[in-house]
Design a protein around this ligand. Structure first.
Ligand SMILES: [Zn+2]
Length: 311
């Protein structure tokens, strides 16, 4: 029977098989590029951690995209090799580590990416409402997804609680006070021009120091919010405190705070979080929590995983 069909419609069977093969390849490729089941393992880890955080924390109404990049190690090495200049090297820091890249002036970018994975260490930031992590962060936190949760919680806090604008308003208020103070001094001083120039220089310096101080404060608020998220999600109370020590040792943080730094030193950061955790009452916080649903979408070509709350 089969032989008979074969003889009768060889072309039809061949085209049928061809269409089937192409459909299968198209479907397999679509799944590879878009399905959360075929994402790189680092994205699966993000999903696992954020699923747990979101089960007991309100993460707002907006989509939150996550992206994994190559890391600042790439930026430094390529600048040293003379393949880019300062700000132009930002491109390499964000380079998609899951794609193959062409050589640049004989330098093997894929090899540099492997090195960056090994040596870059922890690197995470929230920028333009995207949580960005270097691929190497997942090596740093290998087997410690609870610690990774603290870092993700910290970056989520920057986005969910919109602390940039709060920080900016505080800076504006402080600068206004400074300006009023200078005007008052000017009224009692005859040499206004000299005074104004002196004030301008001082203002720039004070603005810089104030900006750094406000940034450090917002970092400590983000640490507290991260600990809150992690405790609410069911992890041990001390998790994020232990994570700070773990990462301070690994990344060789300074013990003391530098007034020109955007981040506090280890001792200040640890103490601040320790005080917060000692006071924090999970049951009080969770009594008003309303569970909600969310969905995930992954796009390999854009190198992005998006958390979308449905409320
Ligand atoms: Zn931060």
């Amino acid at each position: 029977m089969l032989k008979k069909i074969k003889n009768k419609h060889p072309l039809k069977i061949f085209s049928g098989l061809l269409i089937l093969t192409f459909s299968f390849l198209y479907f397999a490729n679509y799944l590879r590029n878009n399905s959360i089941y075929f994402m790189p393992k680092e994205y699966k880890t993000i999903k696992k951690v954020v699923d747990k955080i979101a089960s007991k924390n309100n993460l707002g109404d907006r989509d939150i995209p996550f992206s994994i990049g190559s890391g600042i190690y790439m930026q430094y090495r390529l600048e040293e090799l003379g393949l880019c200049e300062k700000d132009g090297c930002w491109y390499y820091r964000n380079l998609d580590p899951y794609k193959n890249h062409q050589k640049v002036d004989g330098v093997n970018i894929n090899e540099l990416q492997n090195q960056s994975y090994l040596y870059n260490g922890l690197e995470a930031y929230a920028w333009n409402d995207i949580v960005w992590l270097s691929k190497s962060s997942f090596l740093t936190y290998a087997g410690k997804t609870d610690y990774l949760g603290c870092t993700i919680g910290h970056e989520l806090s920057h986005i969910v609680f919109n602390d940039h604008i709060k920080q900016s308003i505080k800076l504006s208020e402080n600068l206004k006070k400074l300006k009023d103070k200078n005007m008052a001094e000017n009224l009692t001083n005859s040499n206004k021009k000299e005074n104004n120039e002196k004030f301008k220089n001082e203002k720039d310096e004070i603005k810089d120091i104030l900006e750094k101080k406000l940034s450090r404060d917002s970092e400590m608020v983000a640490d507290n919010n991260a600990a809150k998220m992690i405790i609410n999600a069911g992890f041990a109370k001390e998790t994020c405190l232990n994570e700070i020590t773990f990462i301070a040792e690994k990344m060789q943080w300074e013990a003391d705070t530098n007034i020109k730094s955007t981040h506090p030193g280890y001792l200040e950061r640890f103490k601040s979080l320790q005080n917060f955790i000692a006071e924090y009452d999970k049951s009080n916080e969770l009594k008003d929590f309303e569970p909600y649903k969310w969905k995930w979408s992954y796009d390999r070509k854009l190198n992005i995983l998006i958390f979308s709350p449905k409320k």
